[in-house]
Design a protein around this ligand. Structure first.
Ligand code: SF4
Length: 373
């Protein structure tokens, strides 16, 4: 099956954020030429998995890492490299994840000229103390300047990432942060609860007793406050972490939630052909070395069998407002979810509410277990 969605992982970051356990390569100087050549090399290896001229690619997404670290011209070359190997639909969604400090007018002009039409900005917070604690490279005013520069350069489809449920000790006002975000008029907002992973600076701070994560009640309070505030402001809460103005949902992310094939390029990138999920070597150095020698940089693969498919269908259905069709004998099982206000049933599909999304993992596991018997 050929893919209509392409993900490109750009691993470079100026430094590691305190909470981050992604596959990144910290570089003071980004090896743009080497990276773009390796991207072209992997595309040549995988050309057969990409949609051809008769089946255009609908979405192209540069994630990371920090793709904006490639700079204006570097990122434009990466987009052109993909375009030479695959045919993008005329209305393709082309997204770039960017740190606010990289979004300057000259860079935006180069990205827009290359066809980038959506920016995903890693804002995370508007609180100076929180940004410093997170080891972010930007300050609060740079978030607003990045939004202005993107709009002035012709990219008005702007998504903003924010992190909630940070430790109490930081005394961050979630209400203020959401108000600042809304004041910038983004078309999309993604909200992520802070999790502390062991192999991160934050994980080490916790091991030393220097930091404590927010408790479940505050996580729930901030999530539900965001739900109410964003919906009141005209956003659709269409996926557990995602809010969009009407018509501005992420088409690329929707491809993951619909379980359709996608091609993944770059270190640590995952791909799916409809049957098998595969992933690349996580290390940039290893990925580049293997591609440069003409070797497939694959690190592993798994066939998505009926059991995994069932679990994924349930989880993916419940995490979005698309919801899930149920068999007649499953209605009894979910009746108590509806009574508790965790889900709704319209006669055809079950949809979780915001309070249901707070229990997403447990509810998905419960339904999967009953379907697997
Ligand atoms: S910018 Fe993103 S990918 Fe890079 S270290 Fe920070 S959180 Fe991780």
């Amino acid at each position: 099956m050929s893919a209509r969605h392409v993900y490109v992982h750009v691993p470079f970051c100026a430094r590691r954020c305190s909470y981050c356990d992604f596959a990144i390569a910290v570089r003071a100087r980004v090896p743009v030429d080497e990276y773009v050549a390796a991207l072209d090399g992997e595309l040549a290896l995988r050309a057969g998995h990409v949609a051809r001229a008769d089946a255009h690619v609908d979405t192209l997404y540069f994630g990371g890492g920090t793709p904006s670290r490639l700079g204006g011209e570097g990122l434009a070359r990466a987009v052109d490299t993909v375009r030479r190997r695959v045919t993008l639909a005329a209305d393709a969604e082309v997204t770039v994840e960017a740190n606010p400090d990289d979004v300057r007018p000259d860079a935006v002009a180069a990205w827009r000229a290359a066809g980038v039409n959506r920016l995903s900005l890693g804002g995370q917070s508007f609180d100076a103390g929180v940004l410093a604690w997170m080891h972010r490279t930007h300050d609060m005013p740079q978030i607003g300047r990045a939004v202005d520069a993107a709009r002035a350069g012709g990219i008005d489809n702007i998504s903003l990432d924010l992190i909630f449920a940070v430790p109490d000790a930081l005394q961050r006002s979630w209400q203020n942060d959401l108000a600042h975000a809304l004041a910038l008029g983004p078309s999309h907002v993604s909200l992520y609860g802070l999790t502390i992973e062991p192999h991160t600076p934050l994980g080490r701070w916790r091991a030393r007793g220097e930091v404590e994560e927010a408790d479940e009640d505050r996580y729930a309070d901030e999530f539900l406050y965001a739900h109410r505030t964003m919906v009141d402001a005209g956003f659709e809460h269409y996926e557990v972490s995602s809010f969009a103005r009407p018509g501005r949902r992420s088409r690329h992310n929707a491809s993951y939630w619909q379980g359709v094939p996608y091609l993944g390029l770059g270190p640590s990138a995952h791909g799916f052909d409809g049957v098998t999920r595969r992933w690349n070597a996580a290390s940039y150095v290893e990925w580049e070395r293997r591609v440069a020698s003409g070797t497939d940089p694959i690190a592993g693969a798994e066939i998505i069998g009926p059991g995994e498919r069932t679990a994924e269908d349930v989880y993916l259905g419940l995490r979005t407002t698309e919801g899930l069709a149920l068999a007649a004998d499953e209605l009894d099982r979910v009746g108590r979810w509806i009574d508790a206000g965790w889900a709704t049933w319209d006669g055809e599909r079950l949809r979780l509410t915001a309070t249901g999304w707070l229990r997403l993992d447990a509810l998905a596991a419960d339904l999967t277990a009953s379907r697997s018997r």
